[in-house]
Design a protein around this ligand. Structure first.
Ligand SMILES: [Zn+2]
Ligand SMILES: [Zn+2]
Length: 171
């Protein structure tokens, strides 16, 4: 009995802490939108909470799919417009890694480049502090404003399945 009660109290504490964290995140999001002069509409809040802190470089379509379960009336166009607004305000970076869809990157605080998987299209951040120096060395009367380097290859899980296939065909 005692043990069940303790377990229950522990579980409730975890739930309360999680709820508080969600509420705090929501308040932070509202403040963030307001600070850049955007009205915190439920749609923008949903898009922002799906986006900020997301390290997968999602496509606009995947953001739309993720939210549309909770907000069936939300159109893909609205998601596009919101993402473009976030971009204009410097809150996200949009780029096309050649996988067929535009990717949204909320990681704008530090300069970084991208590793793109040729097979599954996953995108990962990679820090390349020396990238700009590298380009500047080859500078010919050209003022560099931004550097976008994409390193293509196979991600961990794709390269391990590729290896497995190779092993199977060899056997
Ligand atoms: Zn992959
Ligand atoms: Zn990134």
């Amino acid at each position: 009995m005692r043990r069940t009660e303790t377990a229950l109290i522990r579980l409730l504490t975890i739930i309360v802490i999680r709820l508080l964290r969600v509420m705090r995140d929501q308040v932070a999001l509202v403040e963030r939108l307001r600070s850049v002069g955007m009205r915190a509409t439920p749609q923008r809040l949903a898009i922002a909470s799906e986006l900020f802190g997301n390290t997968t470089h999602p496509t606009v379509e995947s953001i739309h799919i993720a939210i549309s379960a909770a907000m069936p009336a939300l159109s893909l166009k609205t998601v596009y417009e919101a993402v473009r607004e976030f971009e204009k305000l410097g809150e996200v970076r949009l780029f096309d890694p050649g996988t067929g869809s535009l990717r949204v990157d909320p990681h704008v605080e530090t300069d970084h480049q991208h590793l793109v998987c040729n097979r599954c299209g996953s995108v990962r951040d990679v820090n390349m502090a020396s990238a700009e120096q590298l380009v500047t060395r080859h500078d010919h009367n050209f003022k560099i404003e931004s550097v976008d380097i994409i390193l293509r290859g196979l991600c961990d899980s794709c390269s391990s399945t590729a290896n497995n296939k190779k092993r199977n065909t060899n056997a």
